[in-house]
Ligand binder design. Structure first.
Ligand code: SAH
Ligand code: SF4
Length: 411
């Protein structure tokens, strides 16, 4: 094993796994006028009830609001011409259509965009919470990398998000809100282009931003069902990928309750090393993760599970590792996504050399697996972030997120 990696037994004592419920939103205070973005149809009907809409009318009103919010991207009640003036005013008094606020937007020459988003509401005594969201255009496809938590409790040793102290789960509106912001900024709502000629900019969603989505499973499910809803945002479930570090008990539900594509952060073929890289492995070892994958509802050759594998020099990138990876995944409808490691200040790893990545990729490819290695995109923004790396944790985290997201999309 490489000298940079501490022996696994060292970490067994020192790494504490935070239980799922600790990342709940106990102290979160919603804004006085909450946003309707992210509410299910049933919750929207209840909201209409609070402003005096009779029960028999609610279904029809929900339909109207749904259409304005998720199909046309309305940002104010004013524009809702099919809704009576009185109801618009009543809604405006109690609610908003706010999305997370864009604090910083960076646009690369190649079209990649990164947004630093401030979340509405507050947790007393804490600075406003922020998450990042990255848009990667690639020909006909535009992939949005969405966050599920502020920070992450899981402490994977190569991931910067895991070092962030602050962690909280995002609520559905904050997850759907990231998609809404992207559509706003990209002018990607139906009404903004000519009827019938609307060419979507955001075509794919990957839950690969900050956080572990399956430590926030209910909110992620509710949000993704809205994102996939055919009468609204309408991004097909085949174009939505949820990435997990391997929260085994929640994997089945992602398939049965959301029906999205699954990506698993494997990163190692032996438990001893994976314990080190992804400490959650001590709870759910490789065999259990792969079993959950074998049983993933809907998995098939046309709906393959993506296995993410970060390339760490001298740690997990040997030819033996590549061969073992192929053996391990035998019988699972899989594709393998090799991700060049993106270093951050204080990280103890290096990215594998390019020729080693190529050799690794070739073995995987020759075994019959698609094994894309993404060329980094948005280098110009990354360079800018890189300059600030040593002074702000936040920006280096953003840099990492962008590179990671770029490495990841191949649907
Ligand atoms: N928490 C989830 C989803 C977010 S991370 C998960 O772990 O799957 C998305 C992907 O980026 C994961 O595969 C993760 O292991 C990888 N990743 C994290 N830090 C990275 C880094 N510094 N360089 C490259 N990939 C990284
Ligand atoms: Fe969390 Fe994923 Fe980072 Fe691990 S890789 S610390 S699970 S965000």
């Amino acid at each position: 094993m490489d000298a940079r990696v501490k022996p696994a037994h060292d970490t067994v004592e020192t790494v504490t796994l935070v239980p799922i419920e600790k990342t709940a939103l106990e102290r979160y205070v919603a804004p006085d006028r909450p946003s309707l973005v992210g509410l299910s149809r049933a919750a929207l009907a209840d909201a209409l009830g609070t402003v005096g809409v009779a029960e028999r009318e609610r279904k029809m009103r929900v339909q109207q609001l749904w259409n304005w919010i998720y199909l046309r991207g309305a940002t104010s009640f004013d524009v809702m011409s099919s809704v009576s003036k009185e109801l618009r005013a009543a809604l405006d008094e109690r609610f908003t259509l706010a999305r997370p606020e864009v604090v910083v937007e960076q646009v690369s020459v190649d079209g990649t965009r990164k947004w630093l988003l401030r979340l509405p509401g507050e947790v007393p005594g804490e600075r406003p919470h922020e998450v990042e969201c990255v848009y990667i255009p690639d020909g006909e496809r535009g992939t949005l990398c969405v966050s599920s938590q502020v920070g992450c409790t899981l402490n994977c040793s190569f991931c910067h998000t895991g070092t962030q102290r602050l962690v909280r789960n995002l609520i559905p509106g904050e997850i759907v809100g990231q998609v809404m912001v992207a559509r706003d900024r990209l002018n990607d709502w139906v009404e903004t282009t000519h009827k019938g000629e609307h060419k979507r900019q955001v075509t794919n969603i990957v839950m690969m931003g900050m956080g572990e989505p399956l430590y926030n499973p209910d909110n992620v499910r509710d949000a993704l069902l809205i994102v996939a809803d055919g009468e609204g945002i309408g991004i097909s479930k085949r174009r939505i990928t949820l990435s997990t570090s391997g929260v085994v008990p929640e994997i089945e539900r992602a398939g049965s309750e959301i029906g999205c594509m699954l990506a698993v952060s494997l990163h190692a073929v032996r438990d001893e090393l994976r314990n080190e890289l992804v400490p959650l492995n001590r709870k759910y070892p490789i065999a259990q993760v792969l079993d959950a994958c074998r049983n993933y509802p809907g998995a098939s050759n046309s709906k393959r599970i993506t296995f993410e594998y970060v390339m760490l020099k001298g740690v997990n990138d040997s030819i033996e590792d590549a061969k073992a990876l192929v053996r391990l995944l035998k019988g699972i409808p899989a594709k393998i996504n090799l991700i060049p490691f993106n270093p951050w200040p204080g990280s103890k790893y290096e990215c594998s050399d390019w020729d080693q990545i190529e050799k690794f990729s070739e073995i995987v490819f020759n075994a019959g697996y698609a094994s894309p290695v993404r060329t980094p995109r948005g280098r110009d923004i990354l360079a800018a972030c890189g300059q600030l790396k040593s002074t702000t944790e936040k920006l280096s985290a953003r840099e990492r997120l962008a590179l990671r997201a770029m490495a990841m999309t191949d649907e």
